[in-house]
Design a protein around this ligand. Structure first.
Ligand SMILES: O=C(O)CCC(=O)C(=O)O
Length: 407
């Protein structure tokens, strides 16, 4: 789930859980999502199944929508790749997640929107590429309905919501469960005692630029009603290096095309039907939506993602320490460091409290101590350089005043 502006951000060897997912996916899907089964004239291009999606994106009504041209460049970049793009592993959502045997639907999501205590919603305006902090619920629902119109008109709007908390009379009625394969080794973020599921709601034509979520958690995602294409990249060393100058920054649209050309480990997921999947920590993603869609997500912290989370947090602390070299303000760096301290380190401390017998407890414990110290050092260095900057500026002002006086 994206939380703007600090998107509270693989290699197969990084998480045991990933191995599990690959097995489950192959077993439960019976290879159904393989490009080879798309019967679209292979062997033209190994990724020919994408042509169907490209056609939908570039024909009415989406062809007149604001991000059509950019999406079409993304499809061209994908179709130009000379290798078969692997598919991101998914699982069938089913009874392991739907404990109340009530499968979440768009109706539950709309109830969440209507019953959320706030009068207005924070939405992302896709056409304007900016966040609107307080949009009326009616305007949002109208934009969802109108995204099915025949073509874009000057009064059309396209808004997406990226972190809508589930409400008691809406999605919470479904009492979604965290499957025991995760629950026995990880903790979920909670609101009191219930896992804090949030939804993303996007009209047709939404293109979400490449970004990373949060600061070290994995996310369990569940499709509610989805027809969207996810592009996903692991946080390998070279991918993170590429991301140094882009982290937390609103990307310009063609960043996704650059990512397709320059990042390693791209995987695709056409989200449809009752799938769920785990987005590991610091996994880069960009998403194109073909029909009004919604998915649910909950953040998970735990040992299956320890190594990826640890490496990502260490990278992010370095990124913040080098903020000016990376072209970012001290405020941005301070925000990231505080978020890591208040969020990531707190959850990792909770993980070792919950699973005191785990073999990694001592390792995580000493890592927490050194990360706390690193964050404190980085914050102190930022404060010192801000103070030095202020002194220099006021020194310059004083001397220019004096010069003017002497003139
Ligand atoms: O569905 C989308 O367009 C974006 C979703 C996303 O980035 C997320 O849930 O983290």
């Amino acid at each position: 789930m994206i939380t703007h502006p600090l998107c509270p951000p693989w290699r197969r060897h990084l998480g045991n859980c990933h191995h599990f997912l690959i097995k489950v996916s192959l077993k439960s899907c019976g290879g159904r999502f393989s490009a080879k089964n798309f019967d679209l004239g292979l062997p033209h291009s190994l990724n020919d199944w994408l042509k169907v999606l490209r056609k939908r994106w570039t024909e009415p009504p989406l062809s007149s929508f604001p991000r059509s041209a950019l999406g079409s460049r993304i499809f061209d970049a994908l179709l130009n790749l000379s290798h078969e793009i692997p598919l991101f592993p998914t699982m069938e959502a089913m009874e392991k997640i739907y404990s109340a045997f009530r499968v979440p639907t768009m109706e539950h999501i709309i109830t969440d929107i209507i019953t959320i205590p706030q009068d207005t919603l924070e939405v992302f305006d896709i056409a304007a590429d900016s966040t609107i902090p307080g949009l009326s619920k009616a305007a949002f629902i109208a934009s969802m309905i109108m995204s099915h119109c025949a073509e874009w008109t000057p009064s059309s709007r396209i808004y997406s919501i990226h972190s809508l908390p589930c409400q008691p009379s809406g999605t919470l009625l479904c009492q979604l469960k965290i499957p025991s394969i995760f629950k026995d080794r990880a903790i979920a973020e909670t609101d009191g005692r219930v896992p804090r599921w949030v939804s993303s709601v996007c009209p047709a034509g939404t293109l979400t630029d490449i970004h990373v979520d949060y600061h070290g958690s994995a996310q369990l995602m569940v499709n509610v009603a989805c027809d969207k294409l996810w592009l996903l990249w692991p946080p390998t060393e070279s991918n993170l290096l590429w991301w140094n100058s882009r982290h937390t920054r609103a990307s310009n649209g063609d960043t996704v095309c650059d990512a397709i050309a320059q990042l390693e480990g791209l995987e695709l997921l056409h989200a449809k039907g009752s799938q769920s999947f785990v987005l590991p920590p610091y996994h880069f993603h960009a998403v194109l939506t073909f029909e009004a869609s919604a998915h649910l997500g909950v953040t998970l912290w735990g040992f299956p993602w320890w190594d990826t989370s640890r490496r990502g947090v260490e990278w992010e602390i370095k990124w913040a320490s080098n903020h000016s070299k990376n072209g970012f303000s001290s405020e941005m760096a301070e925000g990231v460091l505080n978020a890591i301290q208040d969020e990531s380190l707190k959850y990792w401390a909770e993980v070792i409290n919950r699973f005191p017998e785990h073999e990694l407890v001592d390792t995580v414990q000493s890592w927490l101590i050194s990360m706390k110290a690193n964050i404190q050092d980085a914050l102190a260095a930022i404060h010192a350089s801000v103070e030095t900057g202020k002194r220099k500026r006021s020194g310059r002002t004083e001397s220019s005043k004096k010069m003017r006086h002497n003139d």
